[in-house]
Design a protein around this ligand. Structure first.
Ligand SMILES: [Zn+2]
Length: 107
């Protein structure tokens, strides 16, 4: 499989459940035993290319220490850094891009 490229920016829409998300839709997640209202630990998103894959990134570990990505704290139009690389089941690269101000963009 070859790496996909977005034809243009894709809106990142906040949803209640990632399984219901359109391409580029996302939800915040918590570790399972954390109470509602705890700051999110990361986000799950449906691949912005439209393939239907679900992915996730984390910016906080369970102990509160920082994980791989940063988040600007904006819930409606989040910016995360650095870029996100996703892979196909065979380990080949699938998509590489950014989430900036609530839009998915190509790296
Ligand atoms: Zn995809």
């Amino acid at each position: 499989m070859s790496e996909v490229r977005l034809p243009g920016p894709v809106k990142a829409t906040l949803v209640d459940a990632a399984t219901k998300a359109p391409a580029g839709g996302f939800r915040f997640w918590l570790y399972g035993d954390e109470p509602e209202g705890t700051p999110p630990a990361g986000l799950n998103f449906r691949c912005p290319c439209g393939c239907g894959q679900l992915h996730g990134i984390a910016w906080r570990r369970k102990d509160g220490s920082p994980a791989g990505w940063t988040w600007d704290g904006n819930r409606q139009a989040p910016t995360c850094s650095p870029s996100i690389q996703s892979f196909n089941a065979d380990g080949s690269k699938h998509w590489h891009g950014y989430l900036t101000a609530g839009e998915w963009g190509q790296a």
